[in-house]
Design a protein around this ligand. Structure first.
Ligand SMILES: [Zn+2]
Length: 447
């Protein structure tokens, strides 16, 4: 029997169950079904590598467990068993070319023909996400010499181009909760097989973290405009500052920190080159940055343009407590697949807590040419979807005049905060969300 530690599922399993007694701790290969006591099995051996995005089609004839919410869900499958398993098929994965049994029930056993934990691991570690050296990084001059409004137009053109090409890509936009759905699937089967009622997800944690990446001197000047709105609404946020790009008024930042705002680090010089340097070089540059901010309590990081490579994470882990350079889904802005980790929950990447950006950034929505009413609707709908899983909202807006530092966008931002308050969300900084997660939720891990 092969025992696999169910680290990531187990951690969330407990959270979603809201009780620590769920005893799933190993998956077993199908040849050992007879020895299985819990009733859940998964193929770990002899499965074919498979690298496709498929739809999950559920069998609506059966009454054993309600799979309705998983029907037609786009699922990424990295390994699948193609040998037939006797029993009643509860779900298939399919695309235009083939249909493979995905979940099969055999007496009191449920067999997954794929491995949920391996998929979760692949997605959270972004094993398939390739960060190409972006064009702007290859320009001979710093791309900020190109005026902001021109860069916005270029981004709009590229976005239109990539969104027309990306119909079958993964993850979906603006919502894709594949990781959270996989956890839910395993959990629901566990309860059903053990003849217990499936508990409702508790969504009493209603957290939204607000953050702002200050990209330029103009943005730094506009910090006061954002702060004004937030003070008026009685909320605090995180400002991520570029250490080597513009003059920094440390007195202002210290005052903001005293008032409950948080200061984080946003890259090195915002050229986009940092993540492509060797980890040891990045680590030195980032340590120097934190040192130059020593009068402040800097704990977190966000990478400019969300550029990220394995070397970046290697370096971040040694310098910061948390990172939020990863979107849950951002496929509409880059002509790349797998740009997003498909979860609305923080998770550990080594010692670093990764906090996914789960609400579309202002820059993304502007590039998609959404008006402010549409933007508000997208944020509110996404937040409602996040709530169905009990996850967390994380927003990034920019104080630059061509992003949120203008009258129209500031009014939208205020409206959004008002909505959060009306719906009794707790509004916090990134570090507050990080600490809350560490003390209340992630501690339940036994993985
Ligand atoms: Zn930036």
């Amino acid at each position: 029997m092969i025992e696999m530690p169910l680290s990531s599922i187990f951690r969330f399993f407990n959270i979603l169950c809201a009780d620590a007694s769920c005893p799933i701790n190993a998956f077993t290969e199908v040849s050992d079904l007879n020895k299985l006591s819990r009733g859940l099995a998964v193929f770990v051996n002899e499965a074919d590598p498979y690298d496709k995005v498929m739809r999950l089609e559920t069998n609506d004839q059966q009454s054993f467990i309600d799979l309705t919410i998983f029907n037609n869900w786009t699922i990424y499958i990295d390994y699948i068993n193609r040998e037939s398993v006797d029993g009643e098929v509860l779900a298939w994965v399919s695309n235009n070319h083939e249909k493979i049994p995905a979940i099969v029930r055999k007496n009191n056993l449920v067999v997954f023909n794929f491995n949920p934990e391996s998929i979760i691991h692949t997605l959270l570690n972004e094993s398939h996400y390739i960060q190409h050296l972006p064009l702007i990084v290859r320009l001979p001059l710093h791309y900020h010499y190109i005026p902001g409004f021109i860069r916005r137009i270029v981004l709009q053109v590229l976005t239109t181009y990539s969104s027309s090409k990306n119909e079958n890509s993964f993850p979906d936009w603006p919502s894709d909760f594949s990781v959270d759905k996989l956890r839910l699937l395993v959990r629901n089967f566990y309860y059903a097989l053990n003849k217990q009622n499936i508990p409702r997800l508790s969504n009493n944690v209603r957290l939204v973290a607000l953050s702002h990446d200050v990209d330029s001197a103009q943005g730094f000047k506009n910090i006061s405009k954002i702060v004004e709105v937030e003070r008026k609404m009685g909320v605090r946020s995180t400002f991520n500052i570029v250490p080597n790009r513009y003059a920094i008024d440390f007195n202002l930042l210290r005052k903001l920190e005293d008032e409950g705002f948080e200061i984080g680090i946003h890259g090195h010089d915002h050229s986009g080159r940092l993540p492509f340097k060797p980890a040891i070089v990045q680590q030195k540059l980032l340590k120097d940055a934190v040192k130059s901010f020593q009068s402040l309590d800097v704990r977190g990081f966000r990478s400019p343009s969300l550029f990220r490579t394995p070397y970046l994470f290697e370096a971040l882990e040694k310098v910061f407590e948390y990172d939020s350079s990863v979107p849950d889904t951002e496929n509409y802005t880059r002509n790349t697949s797998f740009n997003g980790v498909a979860t609305c929950f923080p998770y550990y990447r080594g010692k670093l807590l990764e906090i996914p950006l789960s609400l579309p950034q202002d820059a993304v929505l502007l590039a998609l040419r959404k008006n402010t009413n549409e933007m508000l609707k997208i944020w509110i709908n996404k937040l409602d979807a996040i709530q169905t899983f009990g996850g967390m909202g994380v927003l990034n807006t920019h104080p630059e005049p061509h992003f949120t530092g203008n009258k129209k966008m500031l009014a939208l931002y205020e409206k959004f905060i008002l909505h959060l308050k009306e719906k009794n969300y707790q509004i916090c900084t990134m570090i507050e969300l990080c600490r809350y997660w560490k003390s209340h939720l992630s501690g339940q891990s036994s993985g």
